[in-house]
Each structure stands twice: as C-alpha cells, then as structure tokens.
Design a protein around this ligand. Structure first.
Ligand code: DGT
Ligand code: CA
Ligand code: CA
Ligand code: ZN
Length: 643
C-alpha cells in the first residue's frame, strides 16, 4: 500500500460509505510526514523535531483528537503548540491541509519514501537528490547497483551494499491490515459480486477467515456455473487498481489504496478441500497433507488423489480423485472432526482433534453482556442513555459503563462528585428499564433476563502503583475495570508491580487491555507475564480480551497461556460510541484463537451470576493459590460464583 496519506481518501478504508474523521494514527502520520519532508528539504532540526514530537503525542493520546477539535474542546497536548493545533483544526474542519499539500508538491513523496529504507537518513536523501537526481527507490537501486554512490562525499562501496540490503529488507516487510479494515473491504466486494449471474456462493478464506490479528492479502472462494463472468466482473470492479493475474478459474487484483485480493473459483459441490487449502494456515495444511500421505493419498485443493507404489498420484485411467462438498466431510476422510478455522495454526489442534479433545469454543452468541464501555462523560462520543439503549436493543442483559477516573485528565476522568451524579443517572435509567419490562413496553429485542446498565469505572493504575479512587468509593461499583495508560516506559519491575496492585485490590474485577498495546503503533508494556497470570488466577481477577481491532489485547497467544494458569477472562468492546459495541466480534475471535471455552469467559454468565462474582472477590482473596497446570485442562480455580 502507498505509505503516503491522501487526504481526500482518509477513512475510506474503514467505511467506504461514510467519510470519517482522521484517526489519531492518521493525524500522526501526516505530521510525521511533514517532519520527514522538512528534513529532506534540509530545514533546521528543531523545526522537524517539533513535528515528530507532536505526531508522537497525538499517536499516544487516549482521546480521539479530531473529535475534540470538531466539538471545539481541543485538549492541551504536550508538544502540540499553536501552529500545529491550527493545522489539526484545518484538517478536521476541511479535510485538507494547505501547508502539507504545498510541501508535497515541493518534495516528491517518492523521495520521502526513501527514508523508510533502513539505514537511510534525511541528509543522505537530500545529498542523493541534489547530487545524483535520485527521486525514487528504483533510481536509488540502479545507482547502487552500478556503483555511482561511491563517488559521493562520505560514501563507499559499503554504502552501496548497505543501500541494497536496506531495500531488500524494506520490500520483505509487507504492510498488513487490521481486522476491521479487512472486513469492510470483504463486505464491499461481496456486495458488488453478489448479483453476478451463475454465482452460487462466495466467501472469504485465508487469514481473515482464521481471524489472525492482522491480514496480509484477502482470499475469496466462489462456486459458480459461469466462471468467466465472475472473473470479468471481479477484475473490472471500480475499486481495482491493477490486475495481477487473470485465468479461467482464478484472478488476483490490487485494490486502489488497498490490498491484493485473490479469487479462486471452485467447481460447484467440491468446496471441501478448496476451503481447507485456501483457509490455511500453511502449517496446518502441511500437517493434513502428511496425514493424507500416510494413508496413501495426495491432498491438494482439488481433492484427495490416490497415490501409486512410487508415491506419485496415479494418473490417466488409473487416477482416482475424491472430492467433498463440505470441509467437515473432507476432514472426515482423514478421520478428523471439523476443526474451527481459528484453531488452524498447527498449535496442537491436529493432536487434539485426533484425541477427540477439541475445545468447544466460545461464540459471540454466548456473550450476555459487555464489561467495558465509555460515554461522553469521559472520552466517549455517545451519551450514557444512547450507549445503554444500543446495548438493550442488541439483546444484552447488561452493559457496564466504565468511564475513566480522575487522574486521566486527558480523557476527562471523573471526579468523585461526578461519579456520584453518574450513579444516580444510572439508577434512574435502570428504574425506567425495569418499569418498561414490567408493563411490556420494553423493545422487543430486550433480553429475556431484562436489561440493566451496570455502573463501573476504568480505574487508572497510577505511575506509583496507587489507584485513583479509595476503596470505599470502589466498593460501590458493580464492576471495576483497572488499567494502565501513563508512564508506560517504566522498568519491568515497576510495571509489573502496578499490574499486581490492580489485581490484588479487592474491588478490582478485571484488568483491561493488559499489554497496553496498539497494533502497529505502541509497543506492549514490559510485564512479567507469568507473575501477572499467576496472581490473576489466584485472586480470580479476570483478564480482558479487548475487542478493539487496534488493541486485540490480550493477544491470542497470551490469553492461551493465561488460560493454562487457570485465569478467567472477559471479552469486552471498550466502545467509545454505539457502533463500537460490535468490537465484541474481534474479542471473541481472539478468545477462540486462544482456545477459550464459554466457562472461562465471565460475561457469558447471567447478570445475577456476574454480580455475584464481582461482589465476591474480597471474600475469595486469601484462598489457596492454584498452581499453573501447564495443560489445557486446568481447573477454573477462581471466579466461579458460589453455588
Ligand atoms: P496473509 O495473507 O499473509 O494474512 O496470510 P494467509 O494465511 O491468508 O496466506 P496467503 O494469502 O498467502 O494464502 C492463503 C492460504 O493459502 C493460506 O492460508 C494457506 C494456503 N497456502 C499459502 N501458501 C501455501 C503453500 O505453499 N502450500 C499450501 N498447501 N498452501 C498454501
Ligand atoms: Ca491472505
Ligand atoms: Ca493470498
Ligand atoms: Zn476503555
């Protein structure tokens, strides 16, 4: 994908229909790019550094900066002075930034892109441009290959080798999409292809179907009676930038400012082995091919081919091909049950399938509520009532409102007085919901259990490992979610101590986004993870699977390890607006990739059971520790409501 941002298309990857405000990441990218362009122009260092510093501050801000500007309430951000604030204002209001556009005319974007080559700095780029007229990566590659860099001041054959190695490293580093971006593109494509004559089915495969946390390219599988028409439509879609390959039964395209998409057409009724092959992973497929081989069959997308004495598939009249309409039947041919796509990573799923020990994975439908959400009282967009109403109409039996606490000023954390006010608003809403359920005027989608908004907070664990509110205040909440947002660069000891301080508090029920990561942005907190998992298991404190596709935190691998320690979990949206309540789908996907069953996920419980669990923590503390069993069959040591 083009690393440069086109302002006119900001947000279109996320939602093709409705233009969205630039995200913090997009704003940060623009200011970094301005810094880069100024560097390449040879501007003074203090000026370029100012843009990079502002970009970092924006990228790391917990609030959605453009919305605060739009609402006329821009926060004070360290490093963002008046000049840059004006530029954000212009960008948010008009979708354009004249200064940026002028710079882009002066400094070719291809030149700025050279800065991405490891080992190449702005002074070198300026020198290459001024002295050799180099403007693009291809120019530079050619110059290095024919040895024209060694003549420049300060450069040698070593420089040329370094440049070529740097280009190779850059090219192997592919850009990957977030799950939400991939989903938006897939839905768009499927809608555009749905009415092609002869089409019987079309669905995504590859890493998107396995719900990997980031997606490289997209893979679509189709059954159709008229392959030529499907290939024709696919390769001429308006969103296609170029056609990479085109054949009678497959095609590959690159989308405008988007990923590559591979389309494979299957003969109707033989999808089983195609789906397996193109869903992957490669490692999982290798295991299946080995099993097939042991039974005397060669497995490819077309089906199972009987092999001869020589280990080669029988050909000609002797050829024997077995095909299956469904994946379950294709797995069955190998003596295996159906294996859920999220498990297909060769992380023990084949062994578990053979032993009949595949877990019954948690599903989105198992979730009865959501334990982490925000309103406009802190850094959310919608009102308390809008958030509650949206959850009620989704059939939840509860939503926990967890606005930020006082020390997170940048996210408008709540003072104690505002907590009390909020509590009365929540109570009033619940009285209305209860009355409507009693007199039959609640929306028809309302859960049979009824809906209640539970009162919680996202409690800041401060830099010194103290908590934002006193225990007496915390004890009044239904659910307390604790997390770390500030002083992220402390030592491992300090950060671990903060996590443990949250876990050991008798009122803290859940640790939110434990790694504090942002995919492709902020790094993970440096924690002693095993210590965190052991203490969470001992105290029955749940670890969150945060469903924001920018977080996905815990990651699948960490959640699986935590599960082996006997930890329990929640799958939460961390919604800052009603639409984001749907983040639960990504949290569920990570839970499934972590092999989690519904019993391990606290928000599969009824509202009464959930409240019993959160109310019971103080009593549970001091219970004997559960040793990590190292096995998937670890007992759920803590967190079960008393029966
Ligand atoms: P991505 O696109 O990097 O996020 O990851 P995938 O898993 O979608 O990989 P991709 O698009 O290269 O290939 C799609 C599927 O095709 C993959 O999940 C498994 C299968 N596949 C890829 N390469 C091979 C291969 O060399 N042999 C076999 N048997 N299958 C392969
Ligand atoms: Ca793929
Ligand atoms: Ca592919
Ligand atoms: Zn939050």
């Amino acid at each position: 994908m083009d690393p440069a941002v086109d302002l006119a298309t900001i947000g279109t990857m996320d939602a093709p229909e409705k233009p969205t405000l630039p995200s913090n990441g997009e704003l940060a990218r623009i200011f970094h790019e301005i810094g880069d362009m100024l560097e390449v122009k040879g501007e003074l260092v203090f000026k370029t550094v100012a843009y990079h510093r502002a970009a970092d501050a924006i990228a790391h801000s917990p609030v959605e900066i453009s919305r605060t500007y739009l609402e006329g309430k821009p926060p004070r951000i360290q490093g963002v002075g008046d000049a840059i604030a004006k530029k954000i204002e212009e960008l948010v209001r008009t979708g354009h930034l004249a200064y940026y556009e002028k710079l882009r005319e002066e400094v070719p974007p291809t030149l700025v892109a050279l800065l991405e080559i490891p080992g190449i700095g702005p002074r070198t780029v300026k020198q290459l441009h001024d002295e050799l007229g180099i403007e693009t990566l291809e120019d530079l590659r050619r110059a290095a290959e024919i040895g024209s860099l060694r003549g420049l001041r300060g450069m040698s054959t070593k420089t040329e080798e370094g440049v070529l190695a740097g280009i190779a490293a850059l090219e192997s580093r592919q850009e990957r999409m977030r799950l939400g971006q991939a989903e938006a593109i897939v839905e768009h494509l499927l809608a555009e292809l749905a009415d092609v004559p002869g089409l019987r089915s079309i669905q995504p495969a590859g890493s998107f179907r396995r719900r990997r946390e980031t997606i490289g390219d997209l893979d679509l599988l189709a059954e159709t009676d008229r392959p030529a028409e499907l290939v024709e439509r696919f390769t001429t879609l308006g969103s296609v930038e170029s056609v990479i390959a085109k054949g009678p039964h497959k095609a590959a395209v690159r989308l405008l400012r988007g990923p590559q998409v591979d389309l494979m057409i299957m003969p109707p009724g033989e999808a089983g082995t195609y789906l397996i092959r193109f869903t992957g992973s490669k490692e999982h497929n290798v295991r299946l091919r080995g099993m097939a081989r042991d039974k005397g069959w060669s497995l490819s997308e077309k089906g199972y081919l009987r092999m001869g004495e020589d280990g080669e598939p029988l050909a000609g009249a002797a050829a024997e091909l077995r095909t299956f309409p469904t994946e379950a039947e294709a797995y069955g041919f190998l003596g295996l049950p159906f294996i859920e796509p999220e498990l297909r990573e060769d992380r023990g799923e084949v062994e578990a399938a053979l032993a009949g020990e595949l877990p019954t994975l948690v599903t989105r439908g198992d979730l009865r509520g959501d334990c982490h959400s925000h309103s406009d009282w802190s850094d959310g967009v919608h009102t308390i009532e809008q958030m509650a109403e949206s959850a009620r109409r989704r059939g939840y039996s509860y939503l926990v409102l967890t606005d930020h606490t006082i020390s997170l000023a940048i996210a408008r954390g709540l003072s104690v007085e505002r907590v009390e006010m909020q509590r009365s608003i929540v109570a009033a809403l619940n009285r209305r919901f209860e009355a409507e359920e009693a007199d039959g005027t609640a929306p028809p989608e309302t859960s049979p259990e009824g809906f209640r908004l539970l009162h919680g907070c996202e409690l800041e664990i401060r830099a010194d490992a103290t908590l934002d509110y006193p225990d007496e205040l915390l004890a009044g909440y239904d659910v307390v979610v604790a997390s770390v947002h500030v002083s992220r660069r402390q030592s491992r000891e300090q950060l671990t101590a903060r996590a443990l301080a949250g876990i050991r508090n008798p009122n803290v029920d859940i640790i939110a986004h434990p790694a504090g990561r942002n995919i492709g942005g902020r790094d993970d907190l440096d924690l002693d993870w095993d210590a965190v998992f052991a203490e969470a298991a001992r105290t029955g404190t749940a670890l969150e699977l945060n469903g924001s596709d920018e977080r996905l935190d815990l990651s699948d691998a960490r959640a699986r390890r935590a599960s082996e320690f006997g930890c329990v979990f929640t799958i939460d949206s961390d919604a800052h607006r009603t639409e984001e309540l749907d983040n639960l789908r990504w949290g569920t996907a990570m839970a499934r990739r972590a092999w989690l069953t519904p019993e391990k996920v606290m928000n599969t419980r009824s509202r009464a059971e959930l409240r019993e669990w959160t109310a019971g923590k103080a009593a549970r503390l001091g219970a004997p520790a559960a040793p990590p069993s190292g096995g998937a069959a670890a007992p759920i040591s803590a967190g079960r409501p008393a029966t």
